[in-house]
Design a protein around this ligand. Structure first.
Ligand code: PLP
Length: 386
């Protein structure tokens, strides 16, 4: 047996463990201190009522002999695939075939699994800073990675790679920078992919936070994108499904990959929980949509409060409008971890050091709008006091 030695090439991703350890150490040394966690990357509001009702109903259905059913289609239930096409894409002027929509147990799995469609000889481009899963899944597969730096000077929109790349991962709205790509910025990538014969993996996990008309909700809003892009979405941040698990991946037939993904899913995946899919379907009812948007408005208000609070204190901040994340420049050239320690020591505030998301994240920290509202208000007050 020979192990996959590519695993040895993975860099230790100790980011969240280290954040947790430093917070715990501080709390142990200062048991009476109220530490404010503004680094949370998980949703904090409970499931919308319409989702809860739909999931209860699904459990009831499975509880009776005459309505019980077992395995569903590997690619997902038609009721949800149709709802996605009708509500997420048709209003944007995008037409998809039902066979192009694959329900998943969340974006995390499909971000990793779609990489199986490509040869290990492919060269991969990722934004830097970046959601770590794109890098790690491709390192595990032995692919070469090219980094596309994103910083204030380029408006956090990466320049096109100078060399040929086969796969391009784009995350918009972006985790961690909280910024989103505009139509012309996305067009450049779609045109590049069409010219170079590349494929874009477009991670739209935070799509529901977009409210700027210049920012596309889907990469398929760009002409020709159905030939070169796979789009991955999730109900995790949209409807609080981080623990429920449901998402979907669109693999258009025009990419030439749809039949491969179908085959892959039928071989290795036995379908998403029926209960989760019924819950996801409920987000498309008028009532469900209104409840989802109430939650999103709440998080966006927190994002605004944090952004304005930090700006008012003189910090240079980015993002937070079309995303739940705020990307804050460290003052006086401090390193990410140095600023993290400074905020913890002086203000008992926890954030996430930007360098943990890649080299270009050095000199930044990430704040999150999933944090408790009262904690955000208290943090701004504390920062103001000094
Ligand atoms: N993509 C991005 C950019 C994320 O930030 C996350 C989760 O934080 C995911 C994907 C994974 O989402 P899911 O819960 O659907 O696996």
């Amino acid at each position: 047996m020979e192990k996959n030695s590519n695993f040895d090439k993975l860099e230790n991703n100790y980011l969240f463990t280290e954040v947790f350890n430093r917070k715990q150490a501080y709390m142990a040394a200062h048991p009476d201190a109220r530490v404010l966690n503004l680094g949370i990357g998980d949703v904090t509001l409970p499931l919308p009522e319409a989702v809860i009702t739909a999931m209860h109903r699904a459990v009831d259905e499975l509880s009776h002999r005459d309505t019980f059913h077992g395995y569903g289609l590997e690619q997902g239930c038609d009721f949800l695939r149709r709802a996605i096409i009708e509500h997420d894409y048709r209003p944007l002027g995008i037409e998809l075939d039902i066979e192009e929509v694959f329900i998943s147990d969340g974006a995390g799995s499909d971000l990793g699994n779609t990489s199986e469609l490509f040869s290990s000889a492919n060269r991969v481009a990722v934004q830097d800073p970046v959601y770590p899963a794109y890098v790690d899944t491709n390192v595990m597969a032995g692919r070469e990675i090219v980094y596309m730096p994103c910083h204030p000077q380029n408006g956090f929109a990466a320049a096109l790679p100078k060399e040929h790349v086969d796969l391009i991962y784009l995350c918009s709205p972006n985790n961690p920078t909280g910024t989103a790509m505009t139509r012309p910025q996305l067009e450049r990538f779609v045109n590049y992919a069409r010219e170079e014969g590349s494929i874009i993996i477009f991670d739209a996990a935070y799509e529901v936070f977009v409210d700027d008309p210049e920012v596309p909700h889907s990469i398929y809003e760009i002409e020709g994108a159905q030939e070169v892009a796979i789009e991955i979405r999730s109900y995790s941040k949209t409807a609080g499904f981080t623990g429920v698990r449901c998402g979907y991946t669109v693999v258009p037939k025009a990419t030439g990959l749809q039949h491969m993904w179908y085959r892959r899913q039928c071989t290795k995946y036995n379908g998403t929980s029926y209960i989760s899919q019924r819950g996801a379907e409920a987000t498309y009812t008028a009532e469900g949509r209104a409840q989802v948007m109430d939650h999103i408005r709440y998080y966006k208000q927190t994002a605004r409060l944090l952004t304005e609070g930090l700006k008012g204190l003189g910090y240079e901040v980015y993002g937070g409008q079309n995303a739940p994340y705020i990307w804050c420049k460290t003052p006086q050239g401090m390193g990410s971890w140095e600023f993290f320690d400074y905020l913890l020591e002086h203000y008992r505030v926890v954030c996430v050091p930007g360098v943990g998301f890649g080299r270009s994240g050095e000199g930044f920290v990430r704040f999150s709008a999933f944090s408790d509202r009262a904690d955000c208000e208290e943090a701004t007050k504390r920062l103001n006091r000094h």
